[in-house]
Design a protein around this ligand. Structure first.
Ligand SMILES: [Zn+2]
Length: 340
């Protein structure tokens, strides 16, 4: 064993490399897992106890010598490389940096948040994996209620209480449970539904909901805020129309249409000749929802509204296929760069 060590030591000392490749070969030959030193260390396990101390220290010296040799030669190569200089011309202009653009849904989301933030709304977010209480029960969807069918989602088979949220209303519940009125919040986020994927529907999409709870909040406040939003988002001449509707968590409830921004309300193929385009759902928060969240419905009232970010983006930028938002096709995304 001692002789072997000595022999390898001589080899290492005698070694000199002309190139970095040669040096790498040397490293593999001696220091890699299957190298000469590894096999020596394997042999070392079999030698007698009384020899261990001495041979062990010889082995370590050998390993250090090999490592040192590599380090020295490496330094030498690096130094000579920079001394020779290279062909880089530092005065050449750099390659253009590809600057990405914001995703169209992010642009729309930011615009909605910005419009509402001007009248005092702040943003809250919540978990996408939710429990039944926050998605359905607290919002007046009793078990077995047919309204649940409209929002079929993804459940965990073993624990149906856990589900992917179908709307960001779950964050409204979380907010009302933990904060005291006045509450003036926006809830943007991703939501999930068990839908067949097509040009018009996807198993995930994005919403922004809004909630205002305070004393004496009325339907007139809701209407005025939505009119303000429609004008800011779609142009000053935009008019709104509220149609009675049904949601389990608001009473009364309404769908809001805006006057078609292409034909100004005269009727065109885009608005299917009606002059109106549907954009969101809204209503006064049902008193029982307030009570579920420990807010006294005799003292406080509130309104809520919710819209699909994809829907608003489709309307604003005339995107015809909702799948394009999640396909990451740069040819599609690039078109939004000037709108930032
Ligand atoms: Zn039209």
């Amino acid at each position: 064993m001692r002789e072997k060590i000595k022999e390898i030591k001589n080899e290492i000392e005698a070694f000199s490399a002309k190139s970095a490749e040669e040096l790498e070969q040397f490293r593999i030959k001696y220091l890699s897992k299957k190298g000469k030193l590894s096999s020596l260390f394997d042999d070392f396990k079999q030698i007698a106890n009384e020899e261990r101390k001495e041979v062990g220290s010889l082995l370590n010296d050998l390993k250090n010598a090999a490592q040192e040799k590599i380090n020295n030669l490496k330094q030498k190569f690096e130094a000579s490389q920079s001394a020779v200089g290279n062909d880089t011309d530092l005065t050449l202009p750099a390659d253009a940096v590809e600057i990405g653009s914001r995703h169209p849904l992010s642009i729309t989301r930011a615009k909605i948040v910005e419009i509402f933030s001007r009248i005092g709304f702040t943003v809250s977010e919540g978990p996408e994996i939710e429990d039944d209480w926050h998605i359905f029960t607290a919002l007046n969807f009793p078990e077995e209620h047919p309204a649940r069918d409209m929002q079929d989602t993804f459940f965990i088979h073993k624990n149906p209480d856990v589900a992917l949220r179908t709307h960001t209303s779950s964050v409204q519940v979380r907010t009302m449970e933990t904060e005291k009125p006045p509450i003036r919040k926006l809830f943007p986020g991703r939501v999930y539904r068990n839908e067949a994927i097509s040009a018009r529907a996807h198993c995930f999409f994005h919403q922004v909901e809004g909630l205002y709870v305070d004393k004496y909040v009325s339907f007139a406040d809701l209407r005025q805020v939505l009119l303000y939003f429609a004008k800011e988002m779609f142009g000053d001449g935009t008019r709104i129309r509220l149609r009675p509707s049904y949601f389990p968590f608001t009473e009364p409830s309404a769908e809001m249409d805006i006057s078609c921004f292409l034909c100004g309300g005269k009727g065109c193929p885009f608005c299917k000749h009606t002059g109106w385009v549907e954009i969101l759902g809204c209503g006064m928060v049902d008193p029982s929802v307030l009570e579920n969240c420990h807010i006294d419905s005799k003292v406080y009232s509130g309104y809520a509204f919710g819209m699909g970010i994809e829907r608003i983006t489709n309307l604003k930028y005339r995107v015809k296929d909702i799948r394009m938002f999640s396909e990451n096709d740069v040819r599609f995304l690039k078109q939004f760069s000037p709108v930032i």
